[in-house]
Design a protein around this ligand. Sequence first.
Ligand code: NAD
Length: 370
Amino acid sequence: MAANKKLLILAGDGIGPEVMREVRRVIDWMSRRRMVSFDIAEELVGGASIDARGTPINDDTLQRARQADAILFGSVGGPKWERLGFQLRPELAILRLRKELDLFANLRPATVLNPLVNASTLKPEVVRGLDLMIVRESTGGIYFGEPRGIETLPSGEKRGFDTESYTTTEIERVARVAFELARKRKGHVTSVEKANVMQSGLFWRQTVTALHAQDFADLQLEHMYADNCAMQLVRNPRQFDVIVTSNIFGDLLSDLASMLTGSLGMLPSATLGSPDASGKRLALYEPIHGSAPDIAGKGIANPLAQLFSFAMLLRHSFGMEEDAALIEQAATNVLTSGLRTADIMAPGTAKVGTSVMGESILRELDKLAA
Ligand code: NAD
């Protein structure tokens, strides 16, 4: 058996536990068939934790998160907890995890699987084979910069303001993540800012350029203005490999890119922290989608975004590229065979629920590993 890997599972609310169940079955399969064992702990977060413990995430769970090698998160929230005040929202669980673990690099892949090429609103010839990664800085920039506020001017008129601000360290650490990813992919990084109209953008460009020259000169670096990047993502998204950008531009561009692929139920994400002295990097993996209260409990949720989040975890936290690719291939084969959950149904395909989708993937894994 390979060495134990400490995995913290936080399934959360709504469809979170439903889709996580299918991932657990894949983990069981891996320990049986691939001789990979995980040291798994499960904890309550979000509304489930509020009900049991009166807080969206308790200190003990945060401590376990710090000690884990990787965190697999489901989703939190739902109408049941909406009447609670701002300080007790289930969503605070994920915000606290990101803040206290200093998870600063948000990775959002946009991949178009062949069987789902028609699910995109763009023409198949534009998105077929799309495989890009957006790296968004997620703990700095204008969402956190000071000064910020709403003030009344001497004239009596009001003014609202925020501050975009990045230090060398903040830019370098996220750019480093992007370059390291590109090295394992096609070797091409596009750094996105507005250096033409923003000082912070100019500084971003200078800092990324210097880091590239110093440590990553073997890779291709391109700079692009954020407005042009939005246009290029729709015009010709396959020109990109890895995009690295600030918090606010990444927020917009990653939502845009995710829709190139068609379905919320398919999209994973990762948020990474800095490596410590031993090289261990705290990392949290979660689907893009929320707890989907409208379909929770019906057994119809698509488990693929959660499963692909687990594949990202294997790849980025444990270096298990082969196992990650095996899981992705099994899911692709199931989709190619014509099985679909309701959210990705297309004419000529067969509708299945969450657990049948999970079972089909296990069968496919058996075939691939035979
Ligand atoms: P949502 O992503 O939960 O759902 C949006 C739509 O997509 C719904 O119609 C839903 O049924 C569908 N959908 C989402 N995931 C699906 C899946 N795996 N399979 C099939 N269909 C799927 O977004 P929302 O409705 O805006 O938010 C619901 C709750 O989730 C809110 O409380 C929100 O705050 C929370 N939320 C949590 C996270 C998180 O935990 N990181 C992220 C987003 C939203």
